[in-house]
Design a protein around this ligand. Structure first.
Ligand SMILES: Cc1cc2nc3c(=O)[nH]c(=O)nc-3n(C[C@H](O)[C@H](O)[C@H](O)COP(=O)(O)O)c2cc1C
Length: 495
């Protein structure tokens, strides 16, 4: 990309943000540092055509061919195109196009945050903060104090979040009946930003009179309070005492930034300590807090759909110990033994969908189920082209019908114990056709929340509907590194 001689091989696209304006026949291209380069007449028209073409990624050679097709004749001096691309690249109006396959999948079902806005002047920046949170994958709901609505309109917040703004303890719509409790439970994190001194005092005193304080006090999710006020207010003994109290109570309190004090006349404002940090920094702090809480919850598998949904919303795929981007080769080999393609396969506990996607790619019909709708939403987003059918279903209370040639359970059964495991076995007996296969991988040793299965236990659980046909040593990632696992193949009786 840096060799100007090889500009035809560059793979480029227009940057999302460019610093360009046009006036008359001139086009002015600014660099991020503010240096300007003016193009006039044909050069300006050429730059306009090239930028429009590079809305989609193309190589330098393709740009040249495009320009020639527009001109209806070969370009006399093709190097002109290379020079123009170089100029636009230096001005960051163009960038290297991402190589196909490297682009990160969209993170569906990200963490839920309730943003509490108060009567601090920085609430006027709330729309920018909301957009930043959304860009980082957060699902945002807003709650406001009466004073907050002096700085931002509810309509703007609702337009951005596509959700009603909660501004009172008593319900204003039929959607939320007890808004502060429902939002406190909904949240994976609560962000009070900017936090005015009055709201901080309410939080320190346990005063639930405003809906913002009530949500932050009632939630079990982590709370980040971002104070924002005049430096003299910030330095007050009462404010400092209240902030110290919040820290003691287990809330997270951000350090302030030096910001402009709006009480001063515009021309005399100088940065002083007490303001909220800019949105990108607030979001960084919040992400660190959500990550910290998430890693503390990983030591034990959650129970129930709500716990699994929260886990998938608050963890990146790479943080989940059992998550692998590739399907387990031994599970695929066991399935291959049943048929190379064309089987009706059920996967139980599909998680982020790597195995289901690999099975579907081999030409099988796959119904991939998980107890967590958030996991399946992410699975769908990670492999939009996958032909797997994603279905939210709890195998211990399954609503599935049908007859499958094979079912695969990778690391789900060992999270079930007693009656739940028995209901799993009964479901399998109903769903797998006579002669069909049940392929199960479980951890081989006990861990928190895990029931390991050995040969006798698995045979007893699935008898008499299934007979154990084969078993093999295997591994599963996490919670400790690659612990021992067993792979079992059971055959449905009556085939
Ligand atoms: C123009 C203006 C700007 C204000 N900015 C702040 C501020 O940045 N921080 C703060 O703590 N209070 C600020 N206040 C005062 C609060 O709005 C006031 O203390 C109010 O009680 C806050 O209530 P709340 O916490 O329920 O929103 C400001 C007031 C006005 C009129």
């Amino acid at each position: 990309m840096t060799d100007p001689e090889r500009w035809t091989e560059w793979n480029l696209r227009r940057a999302s943000v460019v610093r360009i304006y046009e006036c008359g026949e001139r086009m002015v291209v600014l660099s991020p540092e503010g240096d300007g380069h003016a193009l006039a007449g044909d050069s300006a028209a050429l730059a306009g055509a090239v930028l429009a073409f590079l809305e989609a990624p193309h190589t330098g050679a393709e740009v040249l061919a495009h320009v020639e097709s527009l001109a209806g004749a070969p370009i006399e001096r093709p190097a002109v195109i290379g020079e123009l691309l170089g100029l636009l690249l230096r001005a960051r109006a163009l960038e290297a196009a991402p190589t196909a396959g490297l682009a990160r999948p969209t993170r569906a079902a990200g963490p839920r945050v309730v943003l509490g806005l108060t009567g601090a002047a920085a609430t006027m920046h709330a729309p920018a903060l909301i957009q930043r949170l959304q860009a980082r994958g957060f699902e945002v709901r807003t709650a406001v104090t009466d004073s907050a609505l002096r700085f931002v309109r509810a309509e703007a917040l609702e337009a951005l979040t596509h959700a009603p703004v909660v501004s009172a303890i008593w319900p204003e719509s039929q959607v939320l009946r007890v808004p502060h409790i429902e939002l406190a439970q909904w949240a994976d994190a609560v962000l009070v930003c900017p936090a005015a001194a009055t709201t901080i005092a309410r939080l320190a005193a346990g005063d639930h009179a405003s809906v913002v304080a009530a949500i932050a006090l009632a939630t079990r999710a982590p709370v980040l309070v971002v104070p924002s006020m005049n430096p003299a207010m910030y330095a007050e003994a009462a404010v400092q005492r209240n902030l110290a109290r919040l820290v003691e109570d287990g809330l997270h309190v951000a350090h302030p930034a030096r910001a402009l004090e709006i009480a001063d006349p515009p021309a005399t404002r100088t940065p002083m300590l007490g303001g909220a940090p800019p949105p990108e920094v607030v979001v960084q702090l919040l992400e660190a807090i959500v990550r910290e809480r998430a890693s503390a919850t990983l030591s034990q598998a959650p129970r129930g759909a709500e716990g699994w949904d929260r886990l998938y919303r608050t963890h990146a795929a790479a943080e989940l110990p059992w998550q692998r981007e590739e399907a387990d080769p031994d599970l695929l080999a066991a399935l291959e033994h049943e048929g190379a393609s064309g089987l009706a396969v059920l996967e139980v506990g599909a998680g982020l969908g790597a195995l289901a996607t690999a099975i579907a790619a081999r030409g099988h019909t796959v119904v991939a189920t998980d107890i967590s709708a958030a996991a399946l939403e992410q699975a769908r987003a990670r492999a939009p082209e996958s032909r797997a059918i994603w279905l939210c279903d709890d195998i211990t209370e399954t609503r599935l019908r049908g007859r499958f040639d094979a079912a695969v359970d990778r690391a789900c059964l060992h999270l079930l114990a007693g009656a739940e495991a028995e209901r799993h076995a009964a479901a399998m007996a109903r769903l797998i056709r006579p002669g069909g296969a049940l392929i199960v991988k479980t951890l081989a040793e006990a861990a928190a929340g895990v029931t390991p299965y050995a040969r006798e236990a698995i045979a007893a659980l699935f008898a008499p509907a299934f007979a154990l046909e084969r078993e093999a040593a295997s591994t599963l990632p996490g919670p400790t590194a690659s612990p021992a696992a067993r792979l079992f193949v059971l055959r449905r009786a009556g085939g």
